[in-house]
Design a protein around this ligand. Structure first.
Ligand SMILES: Nc1ncnc2c1ncn2[C@@H]1O[C@H](COP(=O)(O)OP(=O)(O)OP(=O)(O)O)[C@@H](O)[C@H]1O
Length: 325
């Protein structure tokens, strides 16, 4: 619990564009990931999950905040130091079709990472590519094929082999199974679990699906309109959620108990535009329990004990009905 964080994100903020079209994609987000830990980022479409993943790997620049990787703030890294970051932190993308260059053989796709960091050459390089393919459940002989010769699940395995080539300490997995057939999703999740155990990988695991996140992650951060609504152990967040939004998300899951308390089933209306987020608590326009207070003040994250925190002015009992409007 007290291990020095591998990744420490503090007050991370990202705006796209300019006023009056300023998009507040990520607003004052903080979290840590310790070595070997898997943190899930969950939230509806547009909540800022991918943006956070891209910020962490410096694929895009932040507006404000710090991203410390092993204590060093990567937001301040000059371009030439980014290679060091990429040696330690890699991305697995959502779409295994778009993320692999169709003109390159698997050998070149996986080998590129080895070459960029001069990790292996000659016969050792070929051997290493074969090993990586076997590590992800493919065969060494597959290295001479092109991406189109593989199924979606197999392509995602190639993307994983490419990420593993540099022996990273952190993997940002952005919806790694959402584009796959349901029947294949579990296999890829199992592979990621297995790799995590084998290599002690830490992960930032991005998904809109709370069930997948619960399965995969040690801790979960729930995002809404670019802000953290709740963060804590998977167990606390999924079994003892304190924020009305987390409860609503859980209720929307196909696994939800139909007799669940009413507050959990009341997520209605659309997500407001990140160009015009509501005042006070950003969730208040969809929250069944919102009051005047919620429109005036932004709730701070507060502790529910044991590292579990939630950003709500109220602390409603789990089965409490919302106040009449
Ligand atoms: N390059 C960009 N320019 C302008 N707006 C952007 C850009 N990238 C993302 N956004 C906006 O930032 C917000 C957060 O987007 P982001 O993709 O991070 O959300 P997400 O939670 O990952 O959603 P999804 O699951 O749909 O990918 C959205 O409103 C999105 O439209």
């Amino acid at each position: 619990m007290n291990a020095a964080p591998l990744l420490a994100v503090e007050g991370l903020t990202k705006y796209f564009g300019r006023a009056p079209h300023l998009v507040r994609a990520v607003e004052d987000v903080s979290f840590d990931i310790t070595p070997g830990e898997v943190l899930g980022l969950v939230g509806e479409s547009g909540s800022g999950k991918s943006t956070i993943g891209r910020l962490v790997l410096r694929l895009i620049d932040s507006t404000a905040g710090a991203i410390r990787f092993e204590g060093q703030d990567v937001t301040k890294f000059p371009e030439r130091h980014l290679k060091l970051l990429r040696r330690n932190a890699q991305m697995i993308f959502q779409d295994p079709y778009a993320s692999l260059n169709p003109r390159l053989r698997v050998r070149e796709i996986v080998g590129e990472a080895l070459d960029a960091h001069r990790l292996a050459s000659g016969t050792r390089r070929v051997q290493r590519i074969g090993e990586l393919l076997e590590t992800v459940g493919l065969q060494a002989a597959h290295m001479s094929r092109f991406p189109h010769e593989f199924s979606g699940g197999q392509r995602q395995r190639i993307g994983i082999a490419r990420a593993l080539a540099v022996e990273p300490k952190l993997i940002v997995a952005d919806e790694p199974v959402s584009a796959l057939d349901v029947s294949v999703q579990a296999q890829v999740i199992n592979l990621l679990q297995d790799l995590r155990q084998r290599f002690g990988l830490a992960m930032l695991f991005i998904s809109h699906d709370l069930d997948v996140v619960e399965l995969m992650c040690d801790r979960i951060a729930v995002l809404y309109l670019g802000r953290v609504m709740e963060i804590g152990s998977s167990e606390d967040v999924s079994k003892r959620p304190r924020h009305p939004y987390t409860r609503a998300l859980l209720a929307a899951s196909p696994k939800a108990d139909p007799d669940a308390p009413k507050i959990r089933r009341m997520l209605t209306g659309d997500i407001p535009s990140p160009m015009a987020p509501p005042s006070g608590c950003v969730f208040r326009t969809r929250c069944p329990a919102a009051t005047e207070e919620c429109s005036r003040n932004v709730p701070k994250l507060r502790s529910a004990g044991g590292g579990h925190r939630f950003a709500c002015h109220y602390d409603l009992a789990y089965d409490e009905e919302p106040a009449a409007a």
